[in-house]
Write a protein of this length. Structure first.
Length: 283
């Protein structure tokens, strides 16, 4: 998803080096483009208006029809960090679309909480309707992979921090304009390679997280199959697959206004966002 710098609404296409091929007139919707990428229709040389990458601004690779699913406690190192037990089945929650922002957008979480934290994650994007698929079928319904920053309001997660108990996922993970996704959807030559994509988090230039597939409790095929047995997945849906150790909560560090968060992957690219200062209340 992108927007031409000079103005206009969201558009979608393909990144080819330092150029962007605009396919908005070819496909009726963002999910339609992802569906075509998944079934191989874009494997050739798609035609469309070519734009310099410098002339567009990347947006979060989702639209209003897409749902964002997240997996909690899916990295062994993070489970140890927060002193929890390894879950017997994936713990799933959803992020509302009002929380989603794209590359370079400001994170507004400090307007509603006092303890803001980051969580670098790898997220897969669904490209075909999927209901009750097996793990062996899971890769066939993936359009690709992107990066995700599950920004979290730690002080809102538990109504009674002393007792902890059941987390309030919506309050902690769903604040308006707090969840960066991007910079685009990357589709490797072999879609199964999404399982091995590494990713990192840097906070103000300091590397604090490193995600690797061998640290996951539940693999990407397992998660896709598990979710598809509970809800029908649709093209454009996003599944964020969990975070490794190194969160601010584990390090005893809170995010502050102006902090720069960089989620990166050698295979996928870089997702950069900064924490905004809270705006004063309206008079």
């Amino acid at each position: 998803m992108f927007q031409v710098v000079e103005g206009g609404g969201p558009r979608y296409g393909l990144v080819r080096g330092d150029r962007v091929i605009d396919l908005t007139e070819t496909f009726t919707s963002w999910p339609d483009l992802l569906r075509s990428a998944t079934n191989g229709e874009l494997d050739g040389a798609p035609t469309g208006r070519e734009l310099p990458a410098s002339s567009v601004r990347l947006l979060a690779p989702v639209d209003e029809s897409c749902r964002v699913f997240c997996v909690a406690l899916n990295y062994l190192s993070h489970i140890e960090e927060v002193k929890r037990e390894i879950p017997e089945a994936p713990i799933i929650f959803m992020v509302p679309d009002t929380a989603v922002i794209g590359p370079e957008d400001a994170i507004l979480g400090l307007e509603r909480c006092r303890f803001l934290d980051y969580e670098a994650e790898l997220a897969v994007v669904i490209g075909a309707t999927a209901s009750k698929v097996s793990q062996e079928q899971a890769y066939s319904v993936l359009a690709g992979v992107t990066l995700f920053n599950d920004v979290t309001a730690r002080d809102l997660m538990f109504p009674n921090p002393a007792k902890r108990g059941i987390p309030d996922w919506l309050s902690a993970k769903g604040l308006d304009r707090s969840t960066p996704i991007g910079p685009h959807v990357y589709r490797p030559g072999r879609i199964s390679d999404v399982e091995r994509c590494e990713f990192f988090m840097d906070v103000n230039g300091e590397r604090v997280q490193h995600g690797r597939s061998e640290d996951r409790v539940f693999s990407i095929p397992y998660l896709v199959s598990f979710l598809s047995h509970r809800v029908t997945l649709r093209p454009g849906d996003v599944i964020a697959t969990g975070t490794p150790t190194g969160t601010g909560n584990g390090r005893g560090v809170r995010l502050a206004a102006g902090d720069e968060l960089v989620v990166s992957s050698p295979q996928i690219g870089t997702l950069v966002n900064r924490v905004a200062a809270p705006r004063p209340p309206a008079p």
